[in-house]
Design a protein around this ligand. Structure first.
Ligand code: PLP
Length: 538
């Protein structure tokens, strides 16, 4: 704290705005000698370095504090406490499983392997089959399960990389992409590729636009997003060194269009709109953004990863809009396919060509691929194709109607709870919930104790419910009554709206201390990867 104060004080003292004043004073003196001029320049450089140093200190003071032995111990111990909790959670989830960590000396009999599987499958931490999980699992159809189980052996050994070995996979992959293209009103020129998931679709789209920008002589391309955009865009910006310009979303989760217009410049290559966003489930104003990109001659990507197979039944946010140049759309969410299936579509091949990787000199032969991965499992493609055919338009339309009626039910019930509010106007499956009266993260922790796996979100604070085909009004009614009960308890205990905590995506884990988030998140990943960490208390 003391160091933070010193740093802030330094910044105040050496404000850039003081420099012109100093210069003016010098110039007002009639005879400025060369010596004085050099002193002045030296002084300015000195000030600039101090400002840089102050900024560095301001951003890195925690790292610096960690070098003070007494403080380092304190920070380390706090971190260890959080990590021990996370580790205990992980361990308790897997404590009943066998733990075989080197190859068995003798082959394990088949029945034993199957028994282990039976044990492990029993231990889901949350009862997704009865609707206790938000998002994550989307296909709840026994007929489809039995079909995909039957079809599993057909292409299980196939690899789309070896196109000559598996022409059937090539046909199915092309057909999956064509089906997605037709869902998004793609004309003759629209083309695309099958990918392993929403993140890969987004990474590939960003890399594509970056290389297209380079080709046009833009050396520092910028992509403009709203703060609710999926984190995969940030990942892409870091992986591919693209400047991501993030605009804070409006309070209702919509894109801040005024800011968007201000941020467009000669380096802007792409604007991204979510249809809808992961965190709040809000569909950005695609019509308006479409007009803006057309006016400025830039590209527009629609992220329909979670919206695909829902939005297609309600809005024409697709290639029928002239400005839309690409769409990421997943099969493995509301398309109900096995995981590892998404699609990136482009307006035409002149954009898509920038996605390709070609090494014409490689010792293994000319290497040309669409995707980030090399070898892939062709079975995902085959089972995705089967899923699309099995459901057809009626299957997906039925699911859309089901989600819609569940959404309307949850919206009306949450609106009756005075301690909670809903962010904006959710139009599809995700409902973002916040509170000004209680600590929303305490509520989500309480719901976790009641075995609900809902998703915490941040900026703005809250959690969201992502409705899937596992939900129905009965189980959602139970959620609402559990929410009411938890709120009553929180209020009785006088917990109010106190400390805020950060959440880790895909888990209910929270980190309460902002300053150690990166360290804790790194160690969280180490724990996930079973890396040995010394977490003994000292
Ligand atoms: C809007 C949106 N985009 C992208 C993704 C990333 O998809 P995936 O987890 O399949 O990589 C998600 C995931 O939920 C999403 O909701």
């Amino acid at each position: 704290m003391i160091l933070k104060k010193i740093v802030n004080y330094n910044l105040e003292f050496f404000k850039v705005s003081k420099i012109p004043y100093i210069i003016k004073n010098f110039i007002n003196r009639k005879n400025i000698s060369t010596k004085t001029l050099f002193t002045l320049i030296g002084y300015i450089y000195f000030l600039k370095s101090l400002i840089k140093l102050s900024k560095y200190l301001r951003h890195n003071y925690i790292s610096l504090l960690k070098n003070v032995p007494f403080l380092k111990n304190k920070i380390d111990n706090e971190q260890k406490k959080v990590l021990r909790e996370i580790k205990n959670d992980f361990d308790s989830e897997t404590s009943s499983f066998k733990n075989i960590i080197s190859l068995p000396l003798k082959p394990v009999p088949e029945f034993e392997i199957e028994n282990d599987f039976k044990d492990m499958v029993k231990e889901y931490s949350y009862d997704y089959k009865n609707g206790y999980v938000s998002g994550s699992l989307y296909s709840n159809n026994k007929g489809l399960d039995s079909l995909t189980n039957k079809l599993f052996p057909y292409f299980n050994k196939s690899n789309p990389l070896h196109t000559n070995l598996f022409p059937g996979i090539r046909r199915m992959e092309n057909n999956c992409v064509s089906i997605m293209k037709s869902l998004f009103n793609g004309g003759q020129d629209v083309c695309g590729t099958f990918t392993s998931g929403g993140t890969e679709s987004i990474l590939l789209a960003c890399k594509t636009y970056r290389d297209l920008a380079y080709d046009r002589g833009i050396s520092s391309p910028e992509i403009i997003v709203s703060s609710t955009v999926h984190c995969a865009f940030n990942k892409a910006s870091k992986y591919f060194k693209i400047n991501l310009v993030e605009i804070q979303s409006q309070e209702n989760g919509l894109f801040d269009i005024t800011e968007l217009e201000k941020k467009i410049n000669k380096n802007t290559i792409l604007v991204v709109a979510s249809t809808p966003s992961y965190s709040l489930g809000i569909i950005d104003q695609v019509d308006l953004i479409n007009d803006i990109v057309l006016k400025h001659g830039i590209y527009l990507h629609l992220d329909a990863c979670i919206g695909a197979f829902l939005i297609n039944f309600t809005k024409k946010y697709d290639f029928s809009l002239d400005g839309v140049s690409s769409i990421s759309a997943d099969f493995h969410k509301y398309g109900q396919s096995p995981k590892g299936a998404s699609c990136i579509l482009y307006k035409n091949k002149d954009i898509m060509k920038y996605q390709y990787f070609i090494d014409e000199k490689w010792t293994g032969g000319v290497y040309a691929t669409n995707n980030i991965s090399g070898s892939r499992c062709g079975n995902i493609v085959a089972l995705t194709y089967a899923t699309l055919l099995f459901n057809g338009i009626p299957g997906y339309q039925k699911n859309f109607k089901h989600i819609k009626s569940c959404r309307e039910y949850v919206l009306s019930e949450i609106n009756k709870i005075p301690e909670l509010f809903i962010y904006g106007l959710p139009e599809l499956s995700i409902i973002g919930i916040g509170s000004k009266k209680i600590n929303i993260y305490v509520l989500s922790e309480r719901l976790k104790i009641k075995k609900w796996d809902i998703n915490n979100i941040q900026n703005p604070d809250g959690f969201h419910l992502c409705i899937t085909s596992y939900h129905n009004k009965t189980i959602l009614g139970k959620l609402i009554s559990d929410i009411r009960e938890c709120i009553a308890n929180i209020k009785n205990e006088g917990l109010g709206n106190k400390s805020k905590s950060k959440c880790i995506y895909g888990t209910m884990q929270t980190i309460s201390d902002n300053s150690v988030i990166t360290d804790v998140a790194t160690n969280y990943l180490h724990l996930l990867n079973n890396v040995n960490l010394d977490l003994d208390s000292s």
